[in-house]
Design a protein. Structure first.
Length: 245
């Protein structure tokens, strides 16, 4: 048990260093979400629901986008190229186990997300956001569950697809989720079929959960069901289909 903890800690530190040293990762995890928050809060290209300030609507969605960017896009692409350059093959020859590698990557993402939350919330407050504090603690499990779900999705793709295919797939899915999950405009503006499909994926439940928590509203039942299912199922899938090379 102590050996597993030691391996997990060492690999988590290494994964965190790799994430923070990569300029592309920093753009996806910090630059894009923060830039979108500032742009759409100041320039009202996409009007929010009636009676809602743009920053109040956008901030929870941008937090969800930050999770997607760090846990799926950055992690998936980085891991895909680690497989391509046989880095994972070398790790496979060490005592490090498959679940320890996946757990270390998830922990590194969580630590990155703490910084993301500080940056996004700080910018949103500076732009005039004043969230309700009644249910603020409920945002924490949403972020944890969302991280688990998207880490599982990212590693499932990175553990099976070629590096270039992972790059294309994660970016394509990122764009699809951006425009179909209620992140930058209300989900009810989409056709009903698309709304139903979006709520089956983890991004919309994560966004709805965060928005309800920050607004002091009741969390949708669909989010309470869908997000935990993805948070458990996606990492299990990743751990079973992930290949070192």
């Amino acid at each position: 048990m102590m050996g597993a903890v030691s391996r997990l800690s060492a690999q988590t530190v290494m994964e965190l260093k790799l994430m923070l040293r990569n300029a592309e990762n920093l753009i996806v995890t910090f630059g894009i979400p923060t830039g979108m928050l500032i742009f759409f809060s100041i320039i009202r290209v996409l009007p929010p629901p009636e009676g809602t300030e743009p920053v109040a609507f956008l901030a929870p969605g941008i937090l969800a986008l930050s999770v997607i960017g760090a846990a799926m896009v950055s992690l998936g692409i980085q891991t895909g190229f680690e497989r391509f350059y046989l880095v994972l093959k070398r790790l496979g020859a060490t005592p490090l186990r498959r679940w320890e590698l996946i757990a270390s990557k998830a922990l590194a993402v969580l630590l990155t997300e703490i910084a993301q939350v500080v940056v996004v919330v700080g910018v949103a407050l500076a732009l005039g956001w004043r969230p309700q504090v009644d249910q603020l603690a409920l945002a924490v499990p949403a972020l944890l569950l969302g991280t688990s779900a998207f880490v599982g999705i990212g590693l499932s793709m990175a553990g099976r697809l070629r590096a270039v295919a992972t790059l294309a797939a994660t970016n394509a899915l990122f764009l699809v989720l951006l425009v179909s999950s209620g992140i930058i405009f209300p989900l009810d503006r989409l056709p009903e079929v698309m709304q139903f499909g979006a709520r089956l994926l983890p991004a919309a439940p994560l966004t709805d959960w965060l928005r309800a928590a920050f607004d002091g509203a009741e969390i949708p039942v669909a989010s309470l069901i869908a997000l935990p299912v993805w948070a458990v199922g996606a990492p299990i899938l990743a751990s079973r289909i992930f290949r070192w090379e």
